[in-house]
Ligand binder design. Structure first.
Ligand code: NAD
Length: 497
């Protein structure tokens, strides 16, 4: 099968999108490298403090008119954006594959999930309605009006360059706020493409801004007195030690989503074939670089026959995963994003071995790349047995295509392991017993829970939950919680004499 055409040809010079204009940055320039072949596909600026300040200023200036634009009219801009995103669906998906490395099908899924947030935000005229009580006392009425606040900063991670800023931005602008988005500097192209379509959709200048860069831009947002709130998605150290405390110190509202180390609990009564297939995408999809990826499978019970069948099933299926260029439609796993990330994953595999885990599928060497590509960022699937809950490959986030196997006797033990983890993003159980599933769902602490589902990714009209060290804040991105986050509840008590 032919490899799909690359949408980015040559080297793209990325600019900032501020006040409806494409602006060159005075900051240092960094290469954006396609991990499949090491080719430089773009150059991205690491913007300066002055540049983030000018974007916030533009957003602040756009706010009064945008806030007065009726929600139905704001929704029309979002409807136009949705149509443009659909019209460019395939190109947007291929850009993700080129800048990130994931397979084209994974990118198409990401594009769909991103657009769904725009669709949900199109319902803003009803989503933003308040509520009222007549006669709270004689002749006095009381009502609540959700009102926008002003300017919000949106900070994205590298693993979903297209979708994740869309967990926030459509809701922020639909409610009448203005945004400044800072994509991960490793993968800035998807947000640049979205901004081109935002421009075409006719949003007023200053409502939607994109400033590329790194810590200077993030710090500029965190310290800026005119930024009302921040949504952040990234690793736990950044969420916990940088974003959350700094927002607290400067009085900003915050959603800070962090990392994960998720468990897939396997009961011996599960449907084995379907479970194994679900685990393949959970552990190895997106090359394991998903905050909802399974990191360890917990096999419950002392049925050796089931255990052996499970192990041979996962190893045989994982071995067959086709690895290569994500733009080849036959490929099922692309490279990891860069050499540093690969190094980190390799060091976790070594630490697992040092701590007593046994490799039964070695993704460090036991894999073949389809096509002629350097193995710089590629890894195969690694499966390790004899994993214990206290090992680093359980307590820390690996973020790569690895599966640890933990064996326990009872469901109680499995739930305890899930709940002892500092991370609580998305744990799942595989079983055919409703009582067991209910017990798991009831007791497990993670914010997203799967029952016979390997990637517990909430739809746009549900919050993207998470708790423990996977989330800092109260309200979550997506759906009604995002509407609540991006608005203040103004309460009016009214009497006419
Ligand atoms: P990261 O924390 O390194 O970076 C995230 C963003 O913060 C980037 O835009 C980066 O430029 C900025 N940043 C990084 N360090 C900073 C610092 N010290 N000061 C200021 N800004 C800083 O995360 P990443 O490697 O890009 O993304 C992967 C992580 O994101 C994983 O841990 C993954 O689990 C997590 N993630 C979580 C969710 C979720 O919903 N909980 C979703 C996707 C990814």
């Amino acid at each position: 099968m032919a490899i799909l055409e690359e949408p980015i040809k040559g080297i793209l010079e990325v600019k900032n999108y501020i006040d409806g204009e494409w602006v060159e940055s005075a900051g240092k320039i960094q290469d954006v490298v396609n991990p499949v072949n090491g080719e430089v596909i773009a150059r991205v600026p690491i913007s300066t403090k002055e540049e983030i300040d000018s974007a916030v200023e533009a957003a602040k200036a756009a706010f009064p008119d945008w806030r007065r634009t009726p929600p139905v009219a704001r929704a029309r801009c979002l409807f136009r954006l949705k149509e443009l995103l659909e019209a460019n669906f395939e190109e947007l998906s291929r850009v993700q594959t080129q800048e990130h490395g994931k397979t084209i099908d994974e990118s198409r899924g990401e594009t769909r999930r991103g657009i769904e947030n725009v669709e949900v935000a199109c319902g803003i005229p009803t989503l933003m309605q308040g509520y009222n009580s007549e006669d709270i006392a004689s002749g006095i009425d009381e009502y609540l009006i959700p009102t926008p606040l002003g300017v919000f900063g949106i900070i994205g991670p590298f693993n979903f360059p297209f979708m994740i800023p869309l967990w926030s931005a459509p809701y922020a602008v639909a409610t009448g706020n203005c945004v400044v988005i800072k994509p991960s500097s490793e993968v800035p192209l998807s947000q640049m493409k979205i901004a081109e379509l935002v421009d075409e959709a006719g949003f007023p200048p200053g409502v939607w801004n994109v400033v590329n860069g790194g810590r200077t831009v993030v710090n500029g947002m965190l310290d800026h007195p005119d930024i009302e709130g921040i949504t952040f998605v990234g690793s736990t150290p950044t969420a916990k030690n940088v974003i959350y405390p700094r927002c607290g110190a400067t009085g900003k509202r915050v959603i800070a989503q962090g990392g994960a180390s998720n468990f897939m609990v396997i009961m011996p009564d599960c449907s084995l074939r379907a479970t194994i297939l679900a685990l393949m995408t959970s552990f190895f999809g997106n090359a394991g670089q998903r905050c909802l990826a399974g990191q360890n499978a917990i096999i419950v019970g002392d049925d050796d026959h089931f255990y052996n069948e499970f192990i041979s099933g996962v190893v045989d299926t994982a071995k067959k995963i086709v690895i290569g260029n994500g733009l080849d439609e036959e490929v099922q796993m692309g490279p990891v994003r860069d050499t540093e990330k690969k190094k980190k994953i390799l060091s976790y595999i070594s630490s697992g071995i040092e701590e007593g885990a046994k490799i039964i599928l070695d993704g460090r060497s036991d894999f073949r790349i389809k096509g002629n590509y350097p193995d710089t960022c590629f890894l195969g699937s690694t499966i390790m047995e004899n994993v214990k809950p206290e090992m680093k490959i359980v307590t820390e986030e690996i973020f790569g295509p690895t599966m640890g196997i933990i064996r326990v006797k009872t469901l109680d033990e499995a739930i305890r392991i899930c709940n002892d983890s500092p991370f609580q993003n998305g744990n799942a159980i595989f079983t055919s017993n409703g009582r067991t599933a209910r017990e798991f769902k009831y007791r497990v602490k993670s914010g997203n829970v799967g029952i016979n589902i390997g990637i517990v990714a909430p739809m746009a009209f549900f919050p993207f939950s998470g708790t423990g060290d996977s989330f800092f804040g109260i309200l979550h991105t997506q759906g009604k919680e995002a509407i609540r986050f991006f608005t203040e509840s103004k309460v009016v008590i009214e009497r006419w004499l």
